[in-house]
Design a binder for this molecule. Structure first.
Ligand SMILES: Nc1ncnc2c1ncn2[C@@H]1O[C@H](COP(=O)(O)OP(=O)(O)OP(=O)(O)O)[C@@H](O)[C@H]1O
Length: 257
């Protein structure tokens, strides 16, 4: 598999008054084309800060970043062309129907009216939103809203899609439905970079995961290899056990699901 995302020594501090908070403190990452990469860590670990740098929304203090071989500092506009980003709050327009919103987004990416309509139709079908395309998001369920957010994030056919906690707040059934949609996107060739607080989600979805803590990557590997590494004969460790061992705390939200 070829490399699609690379970071080396990525750093970012925030200054608030006299205090300097080293939010991201030397992050090295490698993500391969076609994989679902799970990005985990306790609250305040630095995940969102990392994600905002990778998506060109925040300037790093130091470090190298390349996505699809484009350099973050030299070619940020090229990086924006090849990524999609679905933030925790989503990007859907509450006053537009799904169809209107997708058409507008496609036109903003320079598609002709005909191309925009074809792209919107394809995305509505891929994400199971056809029957509600003419309604506004206020009338959607939580899962439908998240699927529309993802459709908007996919409008420009990104090579890599960043999903920030895509299933937070969804019930277990909607969450599993969304997992299927994410797998479908991956099977169609999109690399997925996903943050989540749900360990069973990371386990079920990710080809590989990285665990971040206090601004640094503390562990990377496949879910199976990470669990096997701390399992003893007769006792299979869970991803939550792995998380506990490497961050010193259980991920409480993981137990809600
Ligand atoms: N705008 C900001 N100004 C000052 N400090 C910030 C700012 N944004 C984040 N931080 C701090 O940087 C650190 C990393 O925060 P970040 O939001 O990246 O973590 P996270 O892993 O995404 O957390 P969560 O899981 O809670 O979303 C935290 O200590 C946080 O308080």
């Amino acid at each position: 598999m070829s490399q699609i995302l690379y970071t080396s020594g990525l750093q970012k501090s925030y200054k608030t008054g006299k205090e300097t908070i080293p939010a991201v403190n030397g992050v090295d990452l490698e993500v391969f084309s076609g994989e679902i990469f799970g990005f985990l860590g306790p609250n305040g670990a630095g995940k969102t800060t990392t994600l905002r740098m990778l998506t060109t929304l925040l300037q790093p203090d130091a470090g190298e970043v390349s996505i699809c071989s484009y350099d973050l500092y030299q070619q940020p506009e090229k990086i924006r062309e090849v990524i999609g980003y679905v933030s925790q709050s989503g990007g859907a327009d509450k006053d537009a129907t799904a169809w209107e919103d997708l058409i507008l987004q496609a036109r903003l990416y320079g598609m002709s009216k005909r191309e925009a309509a074809a792209r919107a139709s394809d995305l509505l079908a891929a994400l199971g939103l056809e029957s509600i395309a003419d309604r506004r998001p206020a009338t959607y369920s939580g899962g439908q809203k998240r699927r529309l957010d993802i459709a908007i994030g996919m409008i420009n056919r990104p090579k890599i899609l960043f999903l920030d906690e895509p299933t937070t707040g969804l019930d277990p059934h909607s969450r599993e439905q969304l997992w299927d949609e994410v797998r479908k996107l991956r099977d169609l060739g999109t690399t997925i970079f996903l943050t989540t607080h749900y360990m069973e989600e990371a386990d079920a979805l990710s080809d590989r995961i990285a665990i971040m803590d206090q601004g640094q990557i503390v562990l990377t590997g496949t879910p199976a290899s990470l669990k096997d590494a701390i399992s003893s004969s007769g006792t299979q460790a869970s991803l939550n056990d792995v998380f506990l061992q490497h961050t010193g705390r259980y991920n409480k939200s993981a137990q809600i699901a």
